[in-house]
Design a protein around this ligand. Structure first.
Ligand code: GUN
Length: 296
């Protein structure tokens, strides 16, 4: 058992600090170059959680002076309409970053649409070119949630070098890029990384050997106390929605927080942990894209 209470890693606080710094930078860049960095957000259909995410991204843009451009397509529109929209945004000089909110409705080829975005404006870091660069340790847009996890670890002075990081979940958006990021020989990296998934045998034995355990498989409260080494750092990327008997909707992580927090040395809550970091990193990638494009 860990003797001292776990540090609660406050993603809201770290995210606000990052956004404040970015706000100063955006003000300077805007006066220097005569235009603000611009982020285009494209939403297809009316997927409830996506509407909420898009709203938060727009609010974050407004709060730090990034120009946001909203594009909405109906779920029954043709893929060709989305292609035209993305092509126009690729060519639009006011737009430094393009975010195509996923998932797309049935009938849209997600891989094809993501690949239609210019890699130079792919602030989500989802384009195969950028994923490949990340794997090779080259400078690129790092996808926002993995980037946010690393910045949060850094903000709490949690070293990853030489540590055993176990990631549960192998999604293209979180598990795979996070493994690449933590493995690289750079500032945030040099970890020993194990990636587990639904077919992994003896999962609890593996998670118990983690110095840093990252839950990112999207199964609510999956990580129980007996799967965690006392003193481990536990990062929860899960965001499942649950409706309480009184009708209130709440977000639930992949970690059984109440059971795991007493034995962890540090832990992220849900909500208020990794989620806010994702948005801050999207803003950071947009500013980076602006600077690259303007030669700043
Ligand atoms: N859907 C869920 N998370 C994300 C994200 O980080 N980016 C995009 N584009 N869609 C998402």
């Amino acid at each position: 058992m860990s003797l001292t209470p776990a540090t609660i890693m406050d993603g809201r606080k770290v995210s606000s600090e990052r956004l404040l710094e970015l706000g100063y930078e955006v003000a300077l860049l805007t006066s220097q170059f005569g235009r603000a960095p611009g982020l285009a957000v494209v939403l297809v259909g009316d997927h409830g959680p996506s509407e909420a995410y898009v709203g938060m991204k727009k609010k974050a843009c407004e709060s730090i002076g990034i120009a946001s451009f909203d594009y909405r397509l109906r779920a029954d529109q043709d893929e060709a309409d989305l292609v035209s929209c993305l092509d126009a945004l690729n060519a639009d000089p006011r737009v430094d970053g393009i975010l195509l909110q996923l998932p797309l409705p049935n009938g849209f080829d997600e891989d094809k649409m993501v690949q239609r975005i210019s890699p130079d404006k792919d602030v989500d870091g989802f384009h195969p070119m950028n994923v490949g660069k990340l794997l090779l340790g080259l400078e690129t847009f790092v996808s926002c949630t993995p980037y946010g996890v690393c910045v949060l670890l850094e903000a709490y002075n949690i070293p990853v070098e030489g540590k055993h990081v176990v990631i549960v979940g192998r999604s293209n958006i979180v598990g795979k890029p996070l493994a690449a990021l933590l493995l690289q020989k750079q500032k945030i990296g040099n970890a020993t990384v194990t990636v587990c998934h639904s077919k992994s045998e003896n999962l609890a034995d593996i998670t118990q050997s983690a110095d840093i355990l990252i839950a990112a498989m999207g199964v609510p409260r999956f990580i129980k106390a007996d799967m965690v080494k006392p003193g481990a750092v536990v990062i929860d990327v899960g965001t499942s929605r649950e409706v309480l008997p009184d009708g209130r909707k709440i977000l639930i992580g992949d970690v059984d927080y109440d059971a795991v927090a007493p034995i962890a040395s540090a832990i992220t809550p849900v909500p208020g942990g990794v989620g806010p970091m994702t948005i801050a990193m999207l803003m950071s990638n947009t500013v980076t894209s602006f600077k690259r494009r303007m030669g700043a």
